[in-house]
Design a protein around this ligand. Structure first.
Ligand SMILES: Nc1ncnc2c1ncn2[C@@H]1O[C@H](COP(=O)(O)OP(=O)(O)OP(=O)(O)O)[C@@H](O)[C@H]1O
Ligand SMILES: [Mg+2]
Length: 407
């Protein structure tokens, strides 16, 4: 091999090795950036689509010290929106921002522990400060310290056993608020989980704090909409009418299309409006499903043609097929038939009307009513109000299941 040829071969090898080491290297595109359709976590405003009005509304509520309840059907983007609001508020530096997901908690003592940890961590950024403060105030509960291996955040486990202990620990951490000039914003995600706690007084305790501390704002959010709204709007419950309700709907097709076009253009890729609109339609603009679909589409060949698009849709449905088949095993035949019928219609307003029963061969209206109740409580379907004058529509919750059933 000549010297020049040898040199060229070496350079090519080095280039290839460098690219292979770079996990964003693609044999089709060469070195490429991260997939802009981010799944399961919040990256930054550039990767967050729209929600401008909701963001402004929540920030306004926080600045005015008004607590809110954020609700929507599942997977519409509540958690992502809270993270986005926090990202924006972080820059202002006049808030203590605390985010707590309580879905995995089963009792009030664990809740008190988690909230105490999060509150102390927001006040004391250093590990030493955290331990010092926790020991000073909670020494009698034998605090055990640990550090989250992923985030590095310190946490605290207190030996709390009964209701007075829970009250004492919460009273103590919330009393820190009085000494602070900054606003405390505490987001409690999956808040309906308090219904499953052994001790039921957490909502009453939180309301007491709201009345006691003017610089405290709660963001309650949750995926079990009915339960969450019941907690916030029924006179039976402590937090009755103490928060502003904010409902999260679908992102508009123009905003979503703009977001998709922008990310394709930024990377010098091409996508035509037909493919964008078809994707928004196929995923019914239900954020999680839309993002999932466009995330998968991004990994496809640079020229997106209809064939490639159909291939991705089939692949998504195939990936989920075993889960969908399992649903069928868990249901009675009338329940399954009703689910298929709703999927075939995409949405249906009168599922016990004669025409619908006949068209899909569903049998008696009373059977359908029972199946409907089952599908609603097991969250296989949900009700959506399109306007205040009309009855709600029933839809299959999981968009990919709906598309799989309709075939
Ligand atoms: N505005 C947005 N821009 C970009 N992606 C979003 C946006 N909102 C949601 N997503 C995407 O949708 C996914 C689901 O959103 P998120 O988890 O926030 O929904 P959720 O309403 O909290 O769901 P659940 O009810 O199951 O808790 C996110 O992981 C993210 O991929
Ligand atoms: Mg969520």
């Amino acid at each position: 091999m000549s010297n020049t040829a040898h040199h060229t071969a070496k350079c090519v090898t080095q280039f290839a090795l460098r690219n292979l080491r770079n996990k964003n290297y693609s044999p089709i595109f060469g070195t490429m950036s991260l997939n802009p359709f981010v799944l399961n976590h919040y990256r930054s405003p550039a990767y967050f689509c729209n929600r401008e009005e909701e963001t402004a509304e929540i920030i306004d509520a926080i600045e005015q010290h008004r607590s809110i309840t954020l609700h929507s059907i599942r997977r519409m983007g509540k958690t992502a929106l809270i993270k986005h609001v926090f990202y924006k508020l972080q820059r202002k530096r006049n808030h203590h921002l605390i985010y707590l997901d309580i879905l995995d908690l089963t009792n009030a003592a664990d809740f008190a522990n988690s909230l105490s940890s999060a509150m102390i961590a927001s006040l004391e950024q250093s590990k030493e400060g955290f331990i010092k403060k926790a020991t000073k105030y909670f020494g009698k509960y034998r605090p055990v310290f640990s550090v989250d291996t992923l985030s590095g955040a310190p946490s605290l486990a207190l030996d709390i056993r009964n209701e007075p202990d829970i009250q004492f620990s919460l009273d103590t951490v919330f009393s820190f608020i009085a000494k602070e000039k900054k606003t405390f914003v505490i987001a409690i995600d999956e808040f309906q989980q308090v219904n499953n706690f052994d001790i039921k007084t957490i909502p009453a305790t939180l309301r007491r704090f709201l009345q006691q501390y003017p610089n405290l704002v709660f963001i309650f959010s949750g995926s079990q909409r009915n339960m969450l709204l019941e907690l916030m709007t029924s006179p039976k419950h402590a937090l009755y009418r103490s928060t502003q309700l904010i409902s999260l709907d679908r992102i508009s097709d123009t905003s979503y299309a703009k977001f998709i076009r922008r990310h394709y253009a930024k990377e010098g890729r091409k996508i035509n409006d037909d493919i964008i609109n078809d994707g928004l339609d196929w995923t019914m603009r239900h954020t999680h499903y839309t993002h999932w679909y466009f995330h998968r589409l991004w990994t496809l060949a640079p020229t997106l043609n209809r064939q490639a698009v159909e291939q991705i849709k089939n692949q998504i449905l195939l990936d989920n097929q075993s889960v969908f088949l399992n649903y069928r095993n868990l249901m009675t035949s009338p329940q399954w038939k009703l689910l298929v019928a709703i999927a075939k219609e995409t949405q249906i307003q009168a599922p016990t009307a004669k025409a619908f029963l006949k068209k899909h061969n569903l049998g008696a209206a009373s059977t359908v009513q029972r199946s409907l109740n089952f599908l609603l409580t097991s969250e296989m379907i949900y009700q959506e109000y399109l306007n205040k004058k009309e009855k709600p529509f029933y839809r299959v919750y999981d968009v990919f299941l709906s598309r799989w059933l309709e075939d």
